[in-house]
Design a protein around this ligand. Structure first.
Ligand code: FEO
Length: 391
């Protein structure tokens, strides 16, 4: 059993056969459902795991307890990937106190109807004394559900950060402490923007109220336990939660039916490079993981969308992408648009409407309309649009 700090054991589990996390995100490296046990004068279980891993998680708990009876079941987040075995714990240890926000305890009643448990509601500022360790609670509403709390063990500086600072990937794949992980940010970013992206202000507010100088280890509910270079992770979260630009460059996203729009997008990307753009990233929205495209849209400060017209509207993969951006709170970015249409181009109109409903989006240059295939006479308008997005 791995100890992450004095008296604090990791009892989480890897899930390497999961097809889709939250039934929507591909996780080629699997997923970790992190959970911890604090073995002090009083024993606290910190969250549980997804129902897929019940037997394994309960076995790890029993081994780690070494015959002791737990006093507290601490619930930071009631989403079922972390709360699925609370009922089993309560049934096995009926005296246990379930510690969580009032809303978390209410949710427990919804997820486990009829479960009788000893509720110990906590609110921001409350402290749970375990002996040597004491847990100080901070409300973290909408990071990523409204009932979420995080807690800081003041004895060790371990921050139990709930979904914050999580990452896709099983620990057996990405490393237990993530210290050999060359690119935590890649899957950490895809996770952040797709899980918490909409709630940047709430994430920022949480970062401001935690005494970060006391934090020595971040113990999230997913992904590696972070204990080195914490400034690196905190800086990324500061940029991400404020919708800041992480990398200079342009993200070109296209959705093409028969290749005509793809040819325009690739030509446009070449123009950007020829004009000295430091980084141009191109993605095919029909074939790329949409969560990855969302992540890249947030990463760069400038976005170009090239899409076909379809059913008098916008080709579905582009429509889905823009809808995802809307849903995740996409903002503070410059956007350029290219549409294709053979008889009644309609993609540009829909894209303008959708971006118009987003916050602080600047549509730059003039919409470029391609009729079926890019022609020589389209080049000046594309050049002008490239100049506009790079300006
Ligand atoms: Fe990992 Fe919001 O649950």
């Amino acid at each position: 059993m791995t100890q992450i700090a004095k008296d604090i054991l990791y009892i989480g589990v890897d899930d390497t056969s999961l097809d889709l996390f939250e039934s929507q995100y591909v996780v080629p490296e699997g997923m970790a459902y992190n959970s911890y046990l604090i073995m002090d004068e009083r024993v606290a279980i910190m969250d549980t795991s997804d129902r897929r891993k019940g037997e394994e998680w309960l076995h790890k708990l029993e081994v780690a307890l070494e015959g002791r009876k737990p006093d507290y079941m601490v619930v930071h987040h009631m989403e079922p990937d972390h709360s699925s075995h609370i009922a089993a714990v309560v049934e096995k240890y009926p005296h246990i106190q379930v510690v969580g926000s009032a809303m978390a305890l209410k949710f427990l009643g919804q997820f486990a109807p009829g479960l009788k448990f000893n509720a110990r509601p906590v609110k921001e500022g409350d402290i749970l004394e375990l002996g040597q360790h004491s847990l100080s609670f901070f409300a973290a509403p909408m990071v990523h559900w409204p009932e979420v709390m995080v807690s800081l063990d003041t004895a060790t500086g371990v921050l139990f950060s709930a979904d914050a600072f999580g990452k896709f990937g099983a620990l057996s794949k990405c490393g237990f402490f993530g210290e050999e992980d060359k690119d935590w940010a890649c899957e950490g970013r895809r996770y952040y923007f797709n899980i918490c992206g909409k709630y940047g202000p709430q994430v920022s507010a949480l970062l401001k109220k935690i005494p970060l100088d006391q934090v020595k280890t971040i113990a999230p509910l997913h992904g590696p336990i972070l204990r080195k270079d914490l400034g690196y992770y905190l800086n990324l979260y500061s940029t991400w939660s404020s919708y800041g630009i992480e990398s200079e460059g342009v993200f070109v996203a296209y959705a093409s039916i028969h290749g005509g729009t793809e040819a325009v997008a690739l030509k446009f990307a070449d123009m950007l490079k020829a004009k000295g753009c430091p980084k141009v990233v191109v993605t095919d929205l029909c074939r790329t993981d949409r969560a990855e495209a969302v992540e890249d849209a947030f990463r760069y400060g400038k976005l170009v969308v090239a899409a076909c017209s379809y059913d008098a509207g916008l080709f579905t993969p582009a429509h889905d992408f823009l809808h995802s951006l809307q849903a995740k709170g996409y903002q503070k970015r410059s956007v350029a648009l290219i549409e294709n249409g053979s008889w009644a181009p309609s993609a540009g109109r829909v894209m303008k409407e959708m971006f118009g409903a987003m916050k602080d989006i600047t549509l730059v240059g003039d919409l470029v309309t391609i009729r079926s295939r890019m022609k020589e006479e389209d080049i000046p308008a594309l050049e002008a649009l490239a100049d506009a997005i790079l300006a």
